[in-house]
Design a protein around this ligand. Structure first.
Ligand code: ADP
Ligand code: MG
Length: 697
């Protein structure tokens, strides 16, 4: 039996393997590529590819693939085997530097929002050497970016890598002003906590809504929900424990730093938290985590639901995107420091984040927008759709003292002068206990809790990185030109707090009053995806992305189309599934139950007179009425679906789905859920909430 430390990363072509298997010169060239993004020349790439192939074959691999993340939000692969014919019906195993570095891919089946004209259907994938290659299902996977031949990004990795470069550049400028000469690069770091539900596979297979859409489109609440708080951090059931331990094993082999597994607040809900790493790697690892969760669940006769809101009335699932900035010298720049200078630097970064989040609230909201997440934001332990920052009392008081130029501190109250005074230590614990904030400072990082459980974390981090880079650029421009650095710094921090303190909110985000207050503060409240998307192409957002070379305006327009289209497609599938289930399963089941009741009445030698109050007669009357009402509601929904389809413009179509299709879905659901509570369990055609939520022992 090998140890965990031996198994960890055993399926990864990581640093240790490279050091062992690559000639010294090649290894050094690789290091330069990884650290400074220096291009590998083909000769070196050939040597690396060959070593990679030999290693992969020893681990049982037969194929390789460029592993990429198109706009579908999930990963894509196209497998090629290593075999190459040598005549005589024989083959050898080959893998060239060219195949490693660049792949051709038919882009035509991936969403491109009109970017890829049909005559140019090819795209290419390009190796991201900073994210190590790994083996999964006997295939060597090479993490890559995916672009069109015109150079436009067709994926989620390209903009993320671009945004990391931008923030690196601007943070370095700022660090230089503070005299940090030894830092040569900074990277943003992310730890993405992943929430999910685990249900029995046998029950899952009996619900079309789960199969087609990943969430329940019908279902009355079970008598017991999460009100007792007896699941959160509760002891883990044996079947779930076995699943979790296999998930850990699989992830460790892939070099994913899976660290914590526990029960979440809702019944059947769980969480996996990794140790943080560089953002692009964290994004890759989160994709792998979702895949491993799904696959391992199947092996245990379970299904892992990654939908943001699989059950109405029960907590939804999200990802908590813990984000910070680290230097190559190992310093976390969001860690308040020990000296006045370190503290001033920390405060400047904090202010940059405040301003970035305030200026680009809409983009942050858009970065997490999806039809699924719309059900989650704003209810049941999910942060509201209004973006705000929670800093905690201590930091708030410090900022208040700076802003108002008033005294701060215990006995010896002093005017706080940035760059001169040491900030008081603030204990970490007091900062992270507000669970209702969308973006909470938790001692040395920001936790962004709006990300949906099923989506890629890339979009949110692209916005964080780019918006903060943009603000820091302005800060650096100003500070570099000042004659008196300390005064300029002090004023900049004070003025930024004054201008952007509206984004700070320490109260309860679920409170109705917050909606009113946020409005008075001029903060955006964008409850749905179409509402949010209507801001994507605002001039300031186009300027942000195009000036920072994340997306050209054309790329933004294409992404906008893709997002609107995805939203419409999803709602359309859900609506069709509802119609199908209601008509083919639910209404017939209720009719059947009415028949059973009628037979009972007859068997008892009775007949239902008007206003007959026997159990059977009352049920027959109520259910008949409700079934008839459900029938009408199906027709209304079908009609809405047809009208939605007739709209060509994606923006209009998305709005129509939101305003007409979703309300028609809700109306149908309401009456069906009422019928469920009145129908005998034996007559109901599918597993109930109770079965699903409490079915795994
Ligand atoms: P807890 O809230 O359970 O005490 P932590 O606050 O330590 O856990 O971490 C929560 C998540 O934040 C983990 O995934 C962790 O790796 C991540 N994290 C911790 N420090 C950083 C950092 N500097 N940058 C990004 N993520 C971080
Ligand atoms: Mg968390």
């Amino acid at each position: 039996m090998s140890t965990v430390t031996e198994r960890f990363g055993s399926m990864v072509f990581g640093d240790a393997v490279m050091q062992k298997r690559l000639p010294k010169e090649t290894y050094r060239a690789m290091q330069r590529t990884i650290k400074n993004g220096k291009r590998l020349d083909l000769e070196v790439a050939n040597v690396v590819a060959n070593a990679m192939k030999n290693w992969a074959i020893e681990q049982g691999a037969t194929h390789f693939t460029h592993w990429f993340q198109p706009m579908t939000g999930i990963t894509a692969e196209k497998h090629d085997s290593f075999i190459s014919p040598v005549g005589d019906g024989k083959v050898i195993m080959e893998f060239s530097g060219k195949e490693l570095v660049k792949g051709e891919s038919d882009a035509s089946s991936f969403p491109s929002g009109g970017l890829r004209a049909t005559f140019e259907a090819r795209g290419y994938t390009a190796w991201d050497p900073t994210s190590y290659a790994f083996i999964k299902n006997n295939t060597l996977c090479i993490p890559t970016a995916f672009c069109s031949y015109g150079g436009e990004a067709l994926d989620k990795k390209t903009p993320l890598l671009r945004s990391m470069e931008r923030i690196n550049k601007q943070v370095l400028r700022v660090l230089k002003l503070f005299g940090n000469a030894d830092v040569t690069s900074v990277k943003t770091t992310v730890g993405a906590e992943q929430e999910y539900f685990l249900i029995s596979r046998e029950l899952f297979d009996r619900r079309k809504d789960l199969i087609y859409t990943g969430r329940t489109l019908f279902g009355a609440m079970a008598p017991k929900g999460q009100e007792l708080d007896d699941h959160y951090f509760g002891s883990i059931k044996p079947r779930v424990a076995a699943f979790m331990s296999e998930v850990d094993e699989e992830l460790w082999k892939l070099g994913v730093l899976a660290k914590t597994e526990h029960n979440e607040a809702a019944p059947a809900q769980h969480e996996l938290a990794p140790i943080f790493t560089t953002t692009n790697i964290a994004a890759d690892h989160n994709q792998l985590t979702m895949e491993v969760l799904r696959n391992v669940a199947r092996k245990h006769d379970l299904v892992c639901l990654l939908h943001e809101k699989p059950f109405a009335g029960v907590n939804g699932s999200g990802k908590h995107n813990n984000w910070s900035i680290s230097t190559d010298t190992g310093v976390n720049l969001l860690e308040p420091g020990e000296t006045p200078y370190e503290n001033a630097q920390f405060l400047l970064f904090l202010c940059a984040i405040m301003k970035a989040v305030d200026d680009y609230q809409d983009l942050l909201r858009i970065s997490v927008a999806s039809a699924g997440n719309d059900h989650r934001l704003g209810a049941h332990e999910a942060p509201p759709a209004i973006v705000s920052i929670f800093l905690g009392d201590e930091l708030n008081e410090i900022l208040h003292a700076i802003e108002t130029e008033t005294a701060y501190g215990g006995k010896e109250k002093e005017l706080l002068r940035v760059g001169v005074h040491i900030l008081p230590k603030f204990p970490k614990d007091t900062t992270d206990r507000n669970r209702t904030s969308p973006l909470a400072f938790t001692g040395n990082k920001f936790e962004f809790r709006m990300v949906g459980s099923g989506s890629s974390i890339s979009d949110a981090n692209v916005v964080m990185n780019t918006a903060v880079a943009e603000v820091l650029k302005g800060f650096a421009d100003l500070l570099e030109q000042s004659d008196d650095f300390e005064t300029a710094l002090h004023n900049l921090i004070r003025d930024t707090i004054r201008a952007h303190k509206r984004i700070l909110f320490n109260g309860n985000g679920y409170d109705e009053g917050w909606v009113t207050e946020a409005k008075a503060r001029g903060l955006l409240n964008l409850p749905t995806t179409p509402d949010a998307l209507s801001h994507f192409l605002d001039e300031k957002n186009i300027r942000l992305f195009s000036e920072n070379k994340i997306f050209s305006e054309t790329e933004m327009r294409s992404r906008y189309e893709i997002m609107q289209e995805n939203y419409c497609k999803l709602i359309n599938i859900e609506a069709l599934t509802m119609v199908d289930m209601a008509r083919k399963e639910i209404l017939p089941a209720v009719s059947g139950y009415i028949k059973t009741l009628s037979e009972t009445v007859v068997a008892m030698g009775q007949a239902c007179a008007a206003a007959d109050s026997s159990v059977e007669c009352e049920l027959i009357e109520t259910l008949s009425k409700k079934n008839a009402s459900a029938w009408e509601k199906i027709k209304t929904l079908e009609n809405a679906i047809t009208c939605a389809r007739a709209i060509n413009d994606h923006t209009e179509q998305a709005m129509y789905h939101k305003d007409n299709v979703i309300p028609a879905m809700n109306a149908l659901r309401t009456v069906v859920d009422e019928m469920e509570t009145l129908t005998a369990a034996s007559a109901w055609p599918m597993p109930t909430y109770g079965d699903l939520l409490f079915g795994v022992q």
